[in-house]
Design a protein. Structure first.
Length: 539
């Protein structure tokens, strides 16, 4: 016989979970003790439940197993919900745990009481309440649902009077993602026919292609068709920026130049394209769309979907590769010129002047190819999306479906915990830094060697640019009137400042060689973003 707490924690351990992130409560004490006694799983104390849920989101992305987080009643649960929403719209498998009132107190006027089932229902794939009769089955079923198409979070409420109850040992199969099914063969044949007749198809690759693990197949298909490939921001790494078929990232910096390519297409072949990043209507030219994904295309009447191919993405791409598809009529010399012009615009003009472009260039040079760079939300995200050279999927981690500021520092903590032998850094603006800088003690306590690179410009640049384009005065967007974050140490992490490229290179190298976290503050001018971001995607 084991307690409910023991059974829950051992069930999570048995599906491969190594970390549970959160802020403990009185109702969580028995679960904390169960974690302490269980080999192979640890509790990571976060400073804020929102940071804990971002960490669980990124653990889910990196490991392919549900990330797990915990929050207590009321404010703990509402704080946790920010990262749970991130897992929903960034398609990350997650199990979110919260305290819940015992049955006798539900619906009563009780301190901190809200209906957690109602709270999490809109931002999860499912929300359930734990029953002591089926703890292991509940955990395994939640994990299976979190891993199924599309990946996402499941919430389990833990009634606080239940943790010490004894349960009979339950034997259950470990969870697996739901079995996928092959797409309709007639639709696949129709797609091949349309591709054969097309002269200038463009391939659009999205987040679900990353999760399908088909990078090599995507590249082979593009090379077979000799067709340009555009990607969404969270699909970075699916095709190298140096590849002859690479045509750029949708939605991010200089997207008008990317639009010059996809605007010439007579057909769009979208593979694993998730409109949560950027809806079709905002960029697709007035041409037929072949949509290959695990769920149907979500479009309005302005988009003509001629083949909506739903099912196993890998199966569909393999079908295309087995078909007799020939090279198309794209001018690859012109595409190479376009690619060069795109990256030239993104190159710093003066490598010694520390603008956002020069800062990223130095970081890219210092960070090893197998290193992981995460980033927060802001103007710099749009620049990173187009400029950052990403050698493989998962080497650049951002939030785009949810796009919550404050994601950067927690995401780097999770990446380092999951990949302790890999260099990890995060790039944040000073606004995003202020939202979750309280998680720096988490990195200090866990002795995580991460580099937090702050682009200090005292400006919420994306909003300021939108104000100016409406001829509005700048109002409410300066982070501070002047100066820097201040001090040479924050929460036990040293702060190194850089005002030119040489200082930045030295500070980054020093940071990556320390035992714990280091903050590197690059003093930048945000006006560099003005001509690069928020461009029109359609010609």
């Amino acid at each position: 016989m084991r307690t409910v707490a023991d059974e829950l924690i051992q069930s999570l351990r048995d599906i491969g979970v190594k970390h549970i992130f959160g802020v403990p409560s009185g109702g969580w004490v028995d679960y904390m003790e169960a974690i302490r006694k269980t080999d192979g799983i640890d509790f990571v104390l976060a400073s804020h439940e929102g940071g804990a849920s971002f960490m669980a989101d990124v653990c889910g992305r990196i490991t392919g197993l549900p990330g797990v987080c915990f929050g207590t009643f009321g404010p703990g649960a509402t704080n946790l919900s920010t990262g749970v929403g991130s897992a929903l719209l960034d398609r990350s498998p997650m199990i979110a745990l919260t305290d819940e009132m015992p049955a006798a107190l539900r619906g009563r006027t009780v301190q901190m009481e809200i209906n957690h089932q109602d709270l999490f229902r809109p931002i999860t794939k499912k929300t359930i309440r734990l029953d002591s009769d089926c703890v292991r089955n509940t955990v395994f079923n939640a994990a299976s649902l979190a891993l199924s198409t599309r990946r996402g979070p499941v919430h389990i409420g833990l009634p606080t009077n239940m943790s010490a109850e004894l349960v009979a040992e339950c034997v259950s199969d470990c969870p697996s993602a739901a079995l996928s099914y092959p797409p309709d063969s007639l639709l696949l044949a129709a797609a091949v026919s349309q591709l054969s007749k097309s002269s200038r198809p463009v391939v659009a690759v999205g987040l679900n292609a990353v999760n399908a693990g088909i990078q090599a197949e995507i590249i082979e298909l593009a090379e077979r068709l000799r067709a340009p490939v555009v990607i969404t921001p969270m699909a970075k790494g699916m095709i190298p920026e140096s590849h002859p078929c690479y045509a750029g990232v949708l939605f991010h910096a200089l997207s008008d130049q990317v639009g010059e390519i996809h605007g010439q297409a007579d057909l769009v072949l979208a593979i694993g394209y998730d409109p949560v990043e950027f809806n079709y209507e905002s960029w697709i030219p007035d041409v037929p769309l072949i949509h290959i994904d695990s769920v149907a295309a979500d479009v309005d009447d302005s988009v003509t979907v001629t083949c909506d191919i739903v099912g196993d993405i890998s199966h569909a791409v393999s079908f295309l590769l087995r078909s007799k598809l020939s090279a198309k009529n794209w001018d690859f010399d012109a595409l190479a010129i376009h690619r060069t012009r795109l990256f030239d615009r993104l190159q710093s003009i003066n490598g010694d002047a520390l603008g956002p472009r020069a800062t990223l260039e130095v970081l890219r040079d210092v960070l090893p190819d197998d290193g992981i760079m995460t980033c927060d939300v802001g103007a710099h995200t749009h620049l990173i999306g187009q400029k950052w050279q990403t050698p493989a999927p998962g080497r650049q981690i951002m939030t785009n479906g949810w796009s919550a500021m404050g994601f950067g520092i927690p995401s780097a903590i999770a990446a380092k915990l999951c990949c302790p032998d890999v260099s990890v850094c995060t790039v944040v603006g000073d606004g995003g830094f202020l939202m979750t800088c309280g998680e720096i003690p988490t990195a200090v306590r866990e002795k995580l060697n991460i580099v937090i690179l702050i682009l200090t410009d005292n400006d919420l640049a994306l909003i300021r640019i939108k104000q100016q384009r409406k001829d509005n005065p700048i109002y409410g967007t300066p982070v501070r009137n002047q100066g820097t974050i201040g001090g040479d140490n924050i929460f036990g992490a040293p702060v190194l400042q850089a005002r030119d490229s040489d200082e930045l290179r030295a500070a980054l190298n020093e940071g990556f060689n320390k035992d714990g976290p280091t903050i590197v503050e690059a003093i930048c001018n945000s006006r560099e973003y003005d001509d690069l971001v928020l461009r029109k995607d359609r010609q």
